[in-house]
Design a protein around this ligand. Structure first.
Ligand SMILES: [Zn+2]
Length: 61
């Protein structure tokens, strides 16, 4: 099964429902993966409004 990205919160996940926001808005059309280790101290996390560590897609279509 391939990984998809949530178009709501940008989380990378496998399956059809996002494990973080529980919406079925996963898309396999995404680009760029960022790994957030410390959301409190990350400019990218702030820009993307990410509050938990994890892997995220930069762009989801
Ligand atoms: Zn989500």
């Amino acid at each position: 099964m391939s990984e998809k990205a949530c178009s709501t919160c940008h989380t990378i996940a496998v399956g059809n429902i996002c494990p973080k926001c529980r919406t079925p808005t996963l898309s396999d059309d995404y680009s760029g993966i960022v790994i957030i280790f410390d959301p409190e101290d990350s400019i990218i996390a702030k820009a993307m409004n990410i509050k938990e560590k994890g892997r995220y897609a930069l762009k989801v279509r």
